[in-house]
Design a protein around this ligand. Structure first.
Ligand SMILES: [Zn+2]
Length: 268
């Protein structure tokens, strides 16, 4: 079964056409995990699980940690058996928080707040026995802030909770190796279809298929074929197709194996 392991149909971009987008997923008989980025969008993700084969993940994205508090008990209240993961959570050295001034550099204060909230997510994931959906992004210009994947990894190690997926991976081969050597998963989006993403395609080629998940990160990051359009879960097939091409495998093989991987990680 085709599965988009990271979508945001719970975001405003789908406010007016959610039913149609869901219908297109149903026609393909695919599964979708909608991922929360704040309390309200986590709630909305749970609401969308009323559709068959739609699941949710609960979390407060690191770029939102100054917009609202992460209240663990509140998140626990919206947990159902269709919630398969906690996140997205992690660290973001790229965006300054929305509530801070624009273009302000990432400060130690920002990072320590992100760590504090991330650690609360780990606590919740442990309590509910769920995997984490991890977000990491390096700074675009600060050379001291290029270690996001290792920083996230170190925190997971400290908490002895190496359980989850690094979604929308954009790191190095060394970082990818660390992740798979510890039996965690790596999620790839439509970015791997972009002409300038050869480095990422080389990493896909290196990684064993049984560590890879496919995702869209809808409404963002539409694959090359649909670039400029609003991304939606059905386009995850383009990600699978690209992986099949890189690894010289059939599309079916990639769809089947990434489904098995998702089933295993998220206990579907
Ligand atoms: Zn996302």
């Amino acid at each position: 079964m085709l599965i988009d392991t990271h979508a945001h149909l719970n975001f405003k971009a789908f406010e007016d056409n959610l039913d149609e987008v869901v219908k297109r997923c149903e026609e393909l008989k695919m599964s979708v995990i909608n991922v929360g980025a704040q309390y309200e969008t986590s709630k909305k993700a749970v609401e969308i699980t009323k559709y068959k084969n739609f699941y949710a993940s609960l979390g407060l994205h690191p770029i939102h940690v100054f917009d609202e508090d992460f209240v663990l008990d509140e998140y626990k209240k919206i947990y159902t058996d269709k919630v398969l993961a906690i996140g997205e959570t992690g660290l973001d050295y790229f965006h300054s928080p929305k509530s801070e001034e624009n273009n302000k550099p990432i400060t130690p204060k920002v990072i320590s707040k992100q760590i504090e909230v991330f650690e609360e997510h780990i606590k919740l994931a442990k309590e509910l026995d769920l995997p984490l959906i991890l977000h990491g992004r390096n700074s675009k210009d600060d050379f001291t802030l290029q270690t996001v994947y290792f920083d996230i990894f170190k925190i997971l190690e400290n908490h002895k909770y190496l359980n989850g997926v690094f979604h929308c991976f954009s790191g190095s081969l060394m970082e990818a190796k660390t992740i798979i050597d510890n039996e965690m998963y790596i999620g790839f989006t439509g970015i791997i279809t972009y002409p300038n993403a050869q480095d990422l395609r080389d990493i896909v080629n290196y990684l064993p298929l049984d560590r890879i998940l496919i995702e869209t990160d809808s409404p963002y990051l539409a694959p090359q074929k649909y670039r400029g359009k609003t991304n939606e879960p059905i386009y995850v097939e383009e990600v699978a197709r690209q992986i099949a091409e890189i690894k010289n495998l059939s599309l079916e093989k990639v769809i089947d194996t990434t489904w098995e991987n998702a089933k295993k990680l998220f206990k579907i």
